[in-house]
Design a protein around this ligand. Sequence first.
Ligand code: ACM
Length: 276
Amino acid sequence: MNAPTYLKRMKYCRNMKVGFLQFNPAFGKVDENLKKVKALINASTCDLLVLPELFTTGYTFKTKTEVTKFGESVPNGKTAKFLKRISTEKKMSIVGGFVERDGKKVYNSSFLFLENGRHYVYRKKHLYRYEKRLFDTAYEPYRVFLLKNGVKVGLIICFDWLFPEAIRRLALLGAQIICHPANLVMSYCQDAMITRALENRVFIITANRTGTEKRGRFENRFTGMSQIISPEGRILLRAGEDNEIVSVVTINTVAALNKFLNPLNNIFKDRRKDLY
Ligand code: ACM
């Protein structure tokens, strides 16, 4: 799209209420976690809500046997039924992470449920540290999904953020909003996402968890600070390190169609593909 066409389209702003849910899941207590999430969601309304990675189970699995026991087949598991019900009742799209079991394989995955009951699954591509011993490697190519209002979203999970190619690929496929369920343990991501949003001119919703999980010799402290970043790299919302909260903001999704930094620079067209 050239600059004048974009400016014409900007007149037709396509507003959406988008949000994240941040909380501290109790390890292994799936029903308790679902109850807590339901109570938090009941008090809010939005069009698209992102929940953390592995929000029903917690993160710090000790062995592959253990994580496999929590695996849910698609689309019949507890997490799927829960997300489907919430999304149809509240008429919103919802994203959230779960342990996916497919035959003998186990993936660190996220659902996207639409209001009409349709669902999509994304499998985490870049496994962090001990996850390499727990989960299987996913090979499906990146793709974008269409919400009912025509807005395109792309999914990544947590550590995928460190690989700029993932969000670049989704942005090149037309994603306007990147949904990013997370269980972040390093301190860099939240600030790095400002650059990811800016260099691709997309919205990024990071839904992180809080708290500490200690299981045997494994311990993880999660960094909270879930956030929503605009295509101009502005922090529209950022949670604290420890609060349990749903936060929502209205965005104009058309802003993510504008790849012009100024009338002379289009960040996609100006890439020197001949050099890299
Ligand atoms: C992570 O990818 N959950 C650190």
